[in-house]
Design a protein around this ligand. Structure first.
Ligand code: FES
Length: 186
């Protein structure tokens, strides 16, 4: 079983599409920032897109064997506390930045990038999205790096970079700016 509480509603969705938001550009300046171009480190981006990922201390999230499709696992990353609420979920098929079977396992911040609304319980398996946010209805596409698909928000939902080693899933970095921060710190 996961060492984190699973409190997200179960329920679902392409690969390598736009993911960089205005907030993403603001990530410049951190010494731990890594600039990745298309196709690097398991993430795939449109050709020519420069994307900044901030690396944090590696944290075990769950065993691969504990992951069930469409059953989100909640965790906090990179720090404890509600600002860093995040979730991991296995979608039906390949997702941008996904790991595991069919690259279908992804993880994201659980805090809406618009005004910090809680996204816990808002996973929708039929469309592989999280949302609508209970505050202003923003919905994010989990197959496309958390891209906004509707609602008031404009910034992509930060994606947690995952790695698998010896059957364990680890969080290693965050792509995008977590709501409430001026910049991601490491
Ligand atoms: S806080 Fe989520 S849409 Fe406004």
């Amino acid at each position: 079983m996961s060492d984190e509480k699973n409190d997200m509603t179960t329920q679902t969705p392409t690969k390598g599409l736009p993911c960089l938001s205005r907030r993403g550009f603001l990530l410049a300046g951190s010494s731990a920032t890594v600039v990745l171009a298309a196709g690097c480190a398991g993430f795939s981006f449109p050709k020519g897109t420069a994307l900044r990922i901030v690396e944090y201390p590696r944290k075990r999230i769950a065993s691969l064997s504990d992951v069930r499709a469409h059953r989100p696992i909640s965790f906090s990353y990179p720090e404890p506390g509600p600002l860093y609420n995040s979730f991991l979920v296995q979608l039906d098929g390949e997702a941008s930045g996904g790991v595991g079977p069919d690259n279908s396992i992804v993880a994201f911040s659980g805090v809406c990038t618009h005004m910090g609304g809680p996204l816990s319980g808002q996973y929708r398996r039929d469309h592989a999205v999280v949302g609508p946010c209970p505050l202003h209805l923003t919905t994010f596409d989990l197959r496309k790096h958390g891209m906004v698909v509707s609602g008031h928000g404009t910034d992509t939902l930060p994606q947690v970079k995952l790695e698998i080693e010896n059957g364990e899933i680890y969080a290693t970095a965050v792509m995008g700016l977590i709501y409430g921060l001026n910049r991601n710190t490491a």
